[in-house]
Design a protein around this ligand. Structure first.
Ligand code: ADP
Ligand code: MG
Length: 271
């Protein structure tokens, strides 16, 4: 990978990659309408790492599905790289809470699924998959089945599958929620490294305030359903960040500020 995109340090600000204006969503169900997202505006620049935190059921996953083009919006504007989002987007990689690996496929074939679905040339895809496996420290596990891997390794495979087609945008919906605390911290470091090395734009949904602060350039705080963006915080901690930063006063101050939102309005999404 060539130059690393760093929006803050570059002379000209990086272009806006994801933009929403008055975007809203109401699910129409047999029992009536469920207003899930109030009209919201957001703007994410190329190369930014943005996290979204908010109470359970406030519409975080809905927001991510709208950005991915997996759900139609009820109204408003949403663009990715300046183009209106209509239907599934090819420019994004998606990681869900559970690794969602196919149990009958080996690691390499789970990653290559992305290329098969997209009809990409297989020889090149295989080569890239090997590079990604190397990068993620999974060399030697290519031919294992998912059940032969730890939870953290499975989640790394899911991330590699999302990266295979080299999408400029990575959308992650509570990807580390099912992991133990130590594995989760390792995955946070790994994700920071992948992001730093690839210049990708990341939108991460998480219910962990420390995770959001540790990884992000900006944190969006959502209100309860119908969700709206209550506040946006710039996280001005120097990069690259080591886990030690979590013990700093600056980190504690961010955590306190973010937590205050949820003490004020109820509880944060938790499992
Ligand atoms: P979060 O990810 O923040 O927990 P979701 O986006 O999953 O929230 O859901 C937000 C709200 O929308 C919830 O009240 C949920 O019940 C409702 N909802 C989600 N998906 C659907 C659907 N397909 N049909 C009807 N209501 C839905
Ligand atoms: Mg969700």
């Amino acid at each position: 990978m060539s130059a690393v995109l760093k929006p803050v340090e570059s002379a000209a600000p990086a272009p806006v990659l994801i933009e929403a204006r008055g975007l809203h969503k109401t699910y129409r169900t047999q029992d009536g309408d469920v207003e899930t997202l109030r009209p919201l505006d957001l703007s994410i620049r190329a190369g930014e790492f943005v996290s979204v935190v908010g109470p359970s059921g406030c519409g975080k996953s809905t927001l991510m599905k709208l950005v991915a083009g997996l759900l139609p919006a009820s109204g408003g504007e949403l663009t990715l790289s300046g183009r209106a989002v209509h239907g599934p987007q090819t420019d994004v990689g998606i990681v869900f809470q559970n690794a969602l690996l196919l149990p009958w496929r080996r690691v390499i074939d789970n990653i290559l699924l992305q290329a098969e679905i997209r009809g990409l040339p297989m020889a090149a895809a295989r080569e890239r998959a090997q590079q990604l496996i190397e990068m993620a420290g999974l060399r030697g596990f290519e031919n294992k089945y998912p059940w032969q891997l730890s939870g953290g390794m499975q989640q790394r495979v899911a991330i590699l599958r999302a990266l295979l087609h080299d999408p400029p945008v990575l959308l992650m919906d509570e990807p580390f929620g099912a992991l133990d605390a130590m594995t989760r911290e390792r995955m946070n470091l790994e994700l920071q490294r992948i992001w730093g090395a690839s210049g990708k734009t990341v939108l991460l949904i998480t219910h962990s305030i420390p995770e959001a602060i540790f990884l992000s350039d900006r944190v969006f705080v959502m209100t309860e359903r119908p969700g709206a963006i209550a506040a946006v915080y710039d996280i001005a901690l120097p990069r690259p960040r080591s886990l030690d930063v979590m013990g700093s006063e600056a980190f504690a101050a961010y955590a306190k500020t973010l937590r205050a939102h949820f003490y004020a309005q109820g509880s944060l999404d938790a499992h």
